[in-house]
Design a protein around this ligand. Sequence first.
Ligand code: DP6
Length: 334
Amino acid sequence: MIGIARAHTNIALIKYWGKRDKKLFLPMNSSLSLTLDAFYTDTKVTFDQTLTKDTFFLNNKEETTEKITPFLDLFREKMSSPRFAKVESLNFVPTAAGLASSASAFAALAGAINQASGLHLDTQTLSTFARRGSGSATRSLYGGFVEWNKGTDSHNSMAIPIDDASWDIAMIIIVVNQAKKTISSRDGMALTVQTSPFYQAWVESAEKDLQNIKQAIANKDFITLGEITEFNGMKMHGTMLGSNPPFCYFEPETIIAQQAIRQLRAEGIPAYMTMDAGPNVKVLCQTSTIPTILSHLETLFSKDKLIISKVGKAMHYLTQDDWEQSLQSFEDTL
Ligand code: DP6
């Protein structure tokens, strides 16, 4: 009873920010993301009747199973002979990236459990399970542009693949600070929902942005796609400034990066920014303009702080040979 899966992380262009049900991870608004090729998690799950408890190894080090065990339980409830599991995960997120890996982590874990358990859940159903680990993991079950439809209940709050994004789309991550964030996205969104007078306006406007961005994707209209992305991300950060107490993820270098993107646009280069629950700036761009954007950004940031990513694929299963190779390439990166 072994399952091995790989899932890539994703960056939301229309953000998920706020839950209407914290236990079930039901979001206030639907969201839409781009799956990234550069960052992924490989996870192996072994259900074994000789085990007396779950174990979890992240990057070859034993960790607590406090988040893993309740997640395994969601699947065990459906299994005819539930067993304890050994979970092994390798995170291929460059250490300098400063990106959260919960999206790829829970999507890969959902895939590996699915295979190990023999439950054969379809991808959309799996996305509803991944959601219960971390909301953004819902979208990492698919590649390209992916919508997380907020749904009406736990069974239909799920991912929908929108487009494979194979039309000259890329992202550059400007690493401003790789330290762990002071306010987690989970706590930050809860405070915003409770206290920000801007919150209701955010929810309404995010739903409009979603409709408009889907139209831009259908038209392969990069400029409109970028404009909506930047508008939506900034509005999310605006809700935080209106929270009580107010909070902000921007750091001085975040502002420098933002100004650089505006400057590039003033020079006619289509590049648009988005930020999540941290100071790093993600630049949505076209593959063809990467060299120009980099040459500008390299005047402000060192090369190792600029990470390029192409579009990532859907969650997929790996063989034992693939797993051995992953272990080897993980060792090589140390
Ligand atoms: C700003 O998915 O990390 O990145 O559901 O509480 O685990 P939990 O939160 P998480 O929040 C992601 C917030 C965001 C926007 C997004 O990815 O949509």
